[in-house]
Design a protein around this ligand. Structure first.
Ligand code: 3PG
Length: 562
């Protein structure tokens, strides 16, 4: 049962509890030249941190590596694992680890789905298409896994492989794409020795082709679909200088860079590789198979739906003549609506989420974010499930984001509107537990633009000030934290676009505080938790604030009562 016992000391916080996630707001160097947070000097956030430190209601916590279910200390945090961790209070082996385990045990190649998709393709002498993010960022995908899929396909007698590459530049340096293209081409050359014809067939930047999320812009998916499935570059992307059709991926990428130095890998124009006859070398055809090698769900869902749904439900763009392709995702991307229907590795099964406990114990809850991060405070938060836990007790609201392309020039994004909604929810007095994600430090951090990052942080400061004022009026409690680092480590050349391994802040401002509790202090590790306190410890902390004992299976609360 999810019903929890009350705290023996009878403590229960009066007033609403607001959990504010400043996405990608890590703790970096105290240097205004490399850290936009220091350059922005966010007065309100600094004051909150200072006051929390005075009362021992402040901690730095871990948001990367094993503390959030990633393989090693060098694995930077990300929003998927961060929000999973905050929303479930436990450490689960995350997708990338499950995939690695499945490769190393050989289990993946024994599954019925592998045999059905890749095995059948080999048997019938058809083409295996593979696509996904081409990098070793280990946030959506990893090169090693792509190579192991290729090796597996060769063992399963596949004789023709066509690879559709999505350039990264967001989880790895902004113009590192050709490094990964070269590695992939070497790999494809190496399998030629086994009689396999393996080639790159098409490609484009991840933020322009295929990898949209939360239905923010379906034209991104459409562009990717046309290039990968039909071997077509859309007319809008073709100019006299950029023909769209090339002999090699390198030629295409170099051409795009020369014409649009501002675009960088993540926005690289789509390209299709053609043979000597001028025809695309990797259009998808009836009987072919296709594997999506991304393990993370948010940006893999929409393209999976394009492959799997009929026209009765798929109304987002005209897919043209849809080839009958056997499609598989590396993981199941949504474990509630079961997309895709065929996948190669079972996803982390996240149980006993915080929302299940808050609902079972009658706590009313509210979640808000703008589109880019909406699924983070709902889908990821609830263990990769997209619906409500209890619609009678919960309300989730989404503010429509501006297009991705405007993030750099408008780093305030929709933060003001997000705060407006949250303030209205607070004033309605309908909710005891409210959570919000501000996308700015992360989304702007991914542009690499230092000055935009400074503006994003200043905007965060204003929103936190507004929020704190409202929480104070209601004698509530405000938690400020972050899901991972990003914005705190930039340069002035735009060369730093990815997340970091930084710790993050955890600050409580309790407007009805009477000294009843403090937080365990830095350097103290909760019993039996060698990783040290991290994002997973917040859920138990919040349950304590609501007057409940946290469940045994949760990582320990950070609160110590006096
Ligand atoms: C993205 O998908 O935008 C990045 O790869 C990761 O960003 P996020 O983990 O902060 O969403």
């Amino acid at each position: 049962s999810f019903v929890l016992p009350k705290l023996k000391n009878g403590y229960k916080h009066q007033g609403p509890v607001v959990w504010c996630v400043l996405d990608g707001y890590g703790l970096g160097k105290d240097d205004p030249n490399v850290n936009p947070i220091i350059a922005a000097h966010p007065e309100k956030i600094n004051a909150i941190v200072e006051a929390a430190k005075q009362k021992q209601l402040y901690k730095t916590i871990r948001a990367h590596g094993p503390a959030v279910g990633l393989p090693s200390e060098s694995d930077m945090g990300n929003s998927e694992v961060g929000h999973n961790a905050m929303g479930c209070g436990q450490i689960y082996h995350q997708g990338t680890m499950l995939v690695d385990e499945s490769f190393s045990s050989g289990r993946m190649f024994e599954t019925e789905n592998w045999k059905k998709v890749v095995g059948e393709c080999g048997k019938n002498n058809k083409t295996l298409h593979m696509f996904g993010l081409l990098s070793d960022g280990n946030i959506h995908s990893h090169m090693n896994q792509i190579f192991q899929l290729i090796d597996g396909a060769v063992k399963s007698a596949v004789k023709k492989i066509r690879v559709h590459v999505l350039l990264d530049g967001r989880d790895v340096p902004p113009e590192s794409g050709l490094v990964y293209i070269n590695q992939l081409e070497e790999k494809l050359k190496s399998v030629a020795a086994s009689g396999v014809d393996g080639k790159i067939a098409s490609g484009g930047g991840r933020m322009y082709c295929v990898m949209d999320r939360y239905n923010s812009d379906w034209s991104i998916v459409r562009r990717g679909w046309n290039m990968m499935v039909h071997g077509q570059v859309e007319a809008a992307d073709i100019t006299a200088d950029y023909p769209g059709y090339f002999k090699t991926a390198t030629e295409a990428i170099e051409k795009c860079r020369q014409l649009h130095p501002d675009k960088k890998d993540q926005y690289n124009l789509p390209f299709v590789i053609v043979g000597e006859d001028g025809k695309p070398i990797g259009k998808m055809e009836d009987g072919d198979a296709c594997v999506n090698w991304n393990f993370r769900g948010d940006r893999a869902l929409q393209i999976s739906r394009a492959f799997e749904e009929t026209n009765a439900t798929f109304t987002y763009f005209d897919r043209g003549t849809i080839p009958k392709v056997a499609y598989a995702g590396l993981l199941e991307y949504d474990t509630e609506i079961h997309v895709p229907s065929t996948y190669l590795v079972p996803p982390p099964e996240i149980h006993n989420t915080l929302s299940e406990y808050t609902c079972a114990n009658g706590i009313t809850a509210y979640a808000v974010a703008e589109t880019h991060k909406y699924g983070h405070v709902t889908f990821f938060w609830n263990g990769n499930k997209s619906g409500y836990i209890d619609e009678k007790l919960e309300l989730y609201e989404c503010i429509e984001s501006l297009p991705n392309s405007e993030t750099e020039s408008h780093p305030e994004m929709k933060a003001v509107e997000v705060t407006d909604k949250l303030v209205a929810a607070l004033q309605s007095k309908k909710f005891q537990f409210l959570r919000v994600n501000y996308a700015n430090p992360d989304m702007v951090g991914h542009t690499g633009n230092f000055d935009s990052c400074v503006r994003a942080v200043k905007c965060m400061d204003e929103q936190v000030a507004r929020l704190a004022a409202e929480v104070e009026k209601l004698k509530g409690l405000l938690i400020i934290t972050a899901d991972h680092g990003n914005v705190e480590d930039k340069d002035h050349k735009g060369n730093k676009t990815s997340h970091t391994t930084a710790n993050v802040l955890f600050a409580i401002t309790d407007y009805s505080y009477n000294g009843e509790y403090t937080l365990i202090q830095d350097g103290v590790k909760p019993d039996g938790e060698p990783e040290g306190p991290g994002l997973t410890n917040i859920a138990a902390t919040v349950l304590n604030l609501f007057g409940f004992e946290a469940p045994e299976l949760y990582r320990k609360s950070l609160i110590q009562f006096k």
